[in-house]
Ligand binder design. Sequence first.
Ligand code: MSP
Length: 670
Amino acid sequence: MSKKFYVTTPIYYVNDVPHIGHAYTTIAADTLARYHRLKGEAVFFLTGTDEHGQKVEKAAVDRGLAPKAHADIMTQNFQRLWQKLHISHDAFIRTTDAEHRVVVQELLQRLYEKGQIERRTYEGWYCTPDERFWTEKELVGGRCPDCGRPVERISEDNYFFLMSGYQARLIRHIEDNPGYIRPESRRNEVLGFLKTQVLGDLCISRPKSRLAWGIEIPFDRDFVTYVWFDALTNYLSATRYLSPPAQGSTDPKARERYWWPADHHLVGKDILTTHSVYWSTMLMALELPLPGNIFAHGWWTQEGRKMSKSLGNVVDPNEVVDSYGADAFRYFVLREVPFGLDGDFSPEAFITRFNTELANDLGNLLSRVNTMVNRYFGGKIPPAGAEEASDRELREAAAGIPGRIDADLSLLAFNRYLQDAWTLVTRANRYVEENAPWTLAKKQDMGRLGSVLYNLAESLRLIGVYLYPVMPSTAQKIWNGIGMDKQLTRCRLSEEQGWGGLGPGSAVRSGEQLFPRIERKNQAGRGSARTDSDEVKRKKNREKNMEKTAEEAQEPAPQPAGPELMGIDDFMKIDLRVGKIIAAERVEKSEKLVKLSVDIGTETRQVVAGIGKSYAPEELTGKAVVIVANLKPAKLMGIESQGMLLAASTGDTLSVITVDRDMRPGARVK
Ligand code: MSP
């Protein structure tokens, strides 16, 4: 029976669009999930969205939408980003799922029947944005100790989970299980708090009169449950209806028994208390096993400053991925900061790692090997000859890695894991220098040259395996580049980690550069030299994202602009001119083509354009449009077109580019 591995991310509030913090945890969880699949384990990787509560209700009201309609739109922003970042979650839970509600209500009922929930009149200070009560003593300067905002005095009846009764047991559990809360510093913080403060009971209801958007308390329909009681339960409820069948059984109870408890709950440090105290004691009261580990990672700042919507400096993962690719972003966030500590995202640091580690160390290694196999061995991986000292060192360097990365990942030390995997990249580059394959080629020492290239290609195969959990698409490109056809997603570490898995004779494939260098001088507007107007643009983009309707959200995401930049000289080769359409008619037997006569100042051109589905010919006459005037003439359905008309497209809809001032035909567009 294979081992099971269950990892979760927090479920994200749908009151905002995803940012680097959300992406960070999800990338970390994805790396673990991919690694454990590679080890042949049965994996359940869960993520999702937290859709109830005051914050979400307020965000929906602000947009004039019903909370569910708002959540339906916002949840797609997360799902689209996960696709873009190659996140391989097995399930996406939404707390508005009917199946989840059933479990939340069942747990509440169970706790109530066990006498673990009591009704009391509560008087205290309430922080509306944080949705929690504070005691007088906890307030800081009369304000919420968490967010610093004003609090309200509220007196009302509510239901309480008798959390205080579990304080001693929780302390014992944390002390007996050193890996329960990590990192160590956070574990000490939680223990320190539990040992010095009296744990209170937890208010787990909200009167519907104050908050309607939540799951009803099953034994009192005038109340909904507190959003954290609802949210934390997702980790358990998902095992029943979203987990892979347990050894073939789809019975919810069997699935819960098999998958629960989770091995890791990955969370940010700000939500460690809710997980380590609320969730742990809830599980104790329910007599359910506790998770194996709760890991609290640090927070990202942007160029040393706390990220905030009002500052407009929140790193949008979509922008980074569109410019530099998903794998570079995944690599950077895991490599830059030890998991557990705070980190800083600066374009400078990103570009430096990208250019030195990804482009130079890794990308160049693949392209060098690929080029030399093509040039000297007709594109076929040559066989290795007798092993020499430097070959042995390379092989031994590779052999030491699996044990180290396994230990690193068992501690969630992603940065060390990448450093350890990188030792082979560095060793292979040194091997190139030591063996100088170009000199071997010049000397016509094809036997030794073949050996060197085989060993390098074999190192690349292993590098692909080791890097796959962090950079899945890069790893596959490396494999394809050295002629490996297998899909890494379906491979097993035990079968792939031995030296010599690459068969001589495989045909290398030259692909695009893995990581084309980023030229710093061209960085304005691409996230490095950030200016105020970039900040404004970013803010606008975020607002635009929030405005997306459900229909728009279905559209395929816009494609990245592509890494290749062209010089101004290339651009100037295109002769763009203003043209005035003086006549337009449909091309017979074509739905799309329209034949236009266009005055471009010096002459009248015949242009055939594929805009017939979006425009009637009569709408076109008189328009001042933009024409590519120096294209070679081409025939479309037998009719010569002497130029091309510019138009923007979204799906089937086209919009012809026009000029908005009176311009004479023939005016240059540049
Ligand atoms: N819905 C709750 C979690 C419920 S889990 C049962 C929630 N959602 S959240 O969307 O506000 O935050 C999700 C995660 O983002 C948290 O783990 C939080 O720590 C993380 N981050 C928010 N800003 C962050 C940074 N600037 N840097 C790193 N992570 C940050 O809380």
